[in-house]
Design a protein around this ligand. Sequence first.
Ligand code: ADP
Ligand code: 5GP
Length: 188
Amino acid sequence: MSERIGPRGKMLVISGPSGSGKTTICKRLLEDPRVKFSVSATTRAPRTGEVDGRDYHFITKERFRDMIARGAFIEHAEVFGNMYGTPREPMEQALAEGLVYLLEIDVQGALQLKALGVEGVYVFIAPPDFEELRRRLVTRRTDAPEVIERRLKKAEDEYRERVKYDHVVVNDDLERAVGEVRRLVGLD
Ligand code: ADP
Ligand code: 5GP
């Protein structure tokens, strides 16, 4: 297997409602050495098990504002009261190396990039249905009940935006969903 997908890589933008399975799918995609994860910066506190520099760059609000001012992000957005941003520099390098550069970002961020004409494959990960989405958020055990309700309300708004993406992948069966995304960026 060659460790590049072509002379120039491809940006793969994954978003979708909270609990739809984005993180699970991204972890699977990252088992392929031709895929590199875009580590976002965020002002939120790390969750148990999250590692600084691997899952996110956990930074202060002051530092985040400074990075915005310096134009260090290709996009940034506020999600549930915290700031998130995609650093510009590592992206250019990964694309030059011929890799798939994987962004797991929220719907506002993804549509910002698309509106700016940033070239990439934009994929919306959809849950099979909203009852299943609630079940997954509850069994994940990372959020309080009121946070889950907020995420579900937002999920309904985000779901309407799926028509603006290049592709919608329904995450019912994980293997099938991962296979579908891999084919969309030419990994299979
Ligand atoms: P997101 O990153 O979109 O918020 P997660 O990847 O954290 O979502 O998934 C939410 C929960 O659903 C997790 O507990 C995960 O293990 C589970 N999950 C993900 N994909 C599937 C699937 N295809 N079938 C059943 N459960 C799934
Ligand atoms: P969480 O706090 O659960 O890790 O992420 C909350 C939301 O922020 C998710 O929808 C995630 O995709 C999104 N997110 C993570 N990094 C970025 C980023 O750099 N930019 C944008 N716009 N959203 C992000």
